[in-house]
Design a protein around this ligand. Structure first.
Ligand code: MLT
Length: 405
């Protein structure tokens, strides 16, 4: 009889968005006449922009010609893309990041789940609470989170940093020093953002204590305020303590096309001089055969003048939805947060309903799908997330239905 990795058996329930998808399918099967509006998972709805489509077509044509056909991609990414990213996302913002510190992948989700592999088993992990579930779940799979308390919803060996309305969704620097700190800004799920000065404090804290920050900046394209940094490398000293994860999913609609990257500066070292850079490169070489050539060409097109203008328009479209949701719910008496530098709106559930009760209520009474805050962690209880990634028409209809409840 086969035996399984017991750490996997410790994971409670199913993955948050799989649980929601199952509930929505069941409701839809029982109510085939109802139009369900999905503002749950943060999946984009606008088609890929024409600069990206053109690049895809032309890369596909190259694959049809023996002279330009490509087989395996370089496991760390094609230089044309790594250099384009280094210039546009980093050098042009005054950040000291070289092309060979950028590791191209098939998306931020896998990178944010895989990065923990290169840290020792007894690594102490700190996460915001609520948090994107991948960070905790993958550390559970790696066997470093201790035991789960089903009453509190907490793992014994994880340092939780609560983020609630009381602290403006900004976690305190932890008193107990973690080895690995996951930060996501603009934040999923609360939609909160961080100023450069506040982020600098995290960088200083990590450098002082020898911690590593995994900085998930998947939503950086949604930043609208000037004092909010687009990259952690805008902070002094981040090269010695921070890994940054980026995605093409939300800034250019690649959720189904798949492309992302992780920046691992060569200056993050262990005491004996081993660099995280060499280990992450080793991991990629062993476990990954590179993102597809055609998709990397599509990613490059996002940075063309046409691509930049078109994706800016898409982001403006979603942020207009965010504004509609925010203002609509506020006028209906809800306490609402986020939605200014992020495509997520975080709201307090009405009448002290639990997050899951509100999920059921909204699905049954308004046929609108959102995400229960408690699915992101115990401090998310009593909150609820709506995404701005729907079509404008559906967003308006959803909010109008909610207002009528
Ligand atoms: C979310 O809804 O939180 C995200 O879409 C999930 C993801 O990006 O993997």
């Amino acid at each position: 009889m086969f035996r399984v990795n017991e750490d996997y058996l410790k994971l409670p329930g199913s993955y948050l968005f799989s649980t929601i998808a199952k509930k929505v399918s069941a409701f839809s099967a029982e109510n085939p006449d109802k139009k369900i509006i999905r503002l749950g998972i943060g999946d984009v709805t606008q088609p890929l922009c024409s600069a990206v489509i053109k690049a895809l077509h032309s890369a596909v044509d190259e694959m049809a010609d023996a002279a330009t056909f490509r087989g395996y991609s370089p496991d760390l990414g094609y230089d044309f893309l790594r250099e384009t990213i280094a210039k546009n996302d980093y050098k042009d913002r005054g950040c000291d990041i070289a092309a060979d510190e950028i590791f191209v992948s098939d998306g931020a989700k896998s990178d944010s789940g895989n990065i923990q592999e290169i840290f020792s088993k007894d690594t102490r992990v700190a996460v915001c609470d609520p948090v994107y579930p991948v960070y905790v779940d993958t550390n559970v799979m790696a066997g470093r989170t201790g035991t789960y308390d089903s009453t509190t919803g907490l793992w014994s060996n994880v340092i939780y940093m609560p983020c609630t309305a009381e602290n403006d969704f900004s976690p305190e620097l932890p008193k107990e020093v973690p080895d690995l700190i996951y930060l996501c800004y603009p934040n999923n799920p609360t939609g909160a953002s961080i100023t450069k000065d506040a982020l600098q404090k995290w960088v200083d804290y990590a450098n002082k204590n020898g911690s590593v920050i995994v900085y998930d900046a998947a939503y950086e394209a949604y930043i609208s305020e000037p004092d909010v940094p687009h990259s952690i490398y805008e902070c002094e000293g981040a090269r010695t303590c921070a890994v940054e994860i980026r995605s093409f999913s939300k800034n250019a609609g690649f959720t189904g096309t798949r492309l992302g990257f992780t920046v691992v500066p060569k200056d993050i070292k262990t005491e004996d001089g081993t660099t995280l850079h060499q280990l992450w490169a080793r991991r990629h070489g062993t476990k990954f055969n590179g993102a597809p050539y055609i998709v990397q060409r599509a990613g490059e097109a996002v940075y063309s003048a046409e691509g930049k203008a078109e994706t800016k328009q898409q982001i403006a479209y979603y942020m207009n939805n965010a504004k509609y949701i925010f203002e609509g719910l506020k006028s209906a008496g809800y306490s609402v947060y986020g939605g200014v530098n992020a495509p997520y709106i975080w709201l307090k559930t009405p009448d002290n309903m639990t997050s899951w009760d509100f999920f059921d209520f909204l699905l049954e009474k308004a046929n609108v799908v959102g995400t229960p805050g408690s699915g992101f962690g115990p401090s998310g209880e009593g909150y609820f997330r709506l995404t701005a990634f729907g079509s404008y028409e559906n967003t308006v209809e959803a909010i109008d239905r909610i207002k009528k409840l």
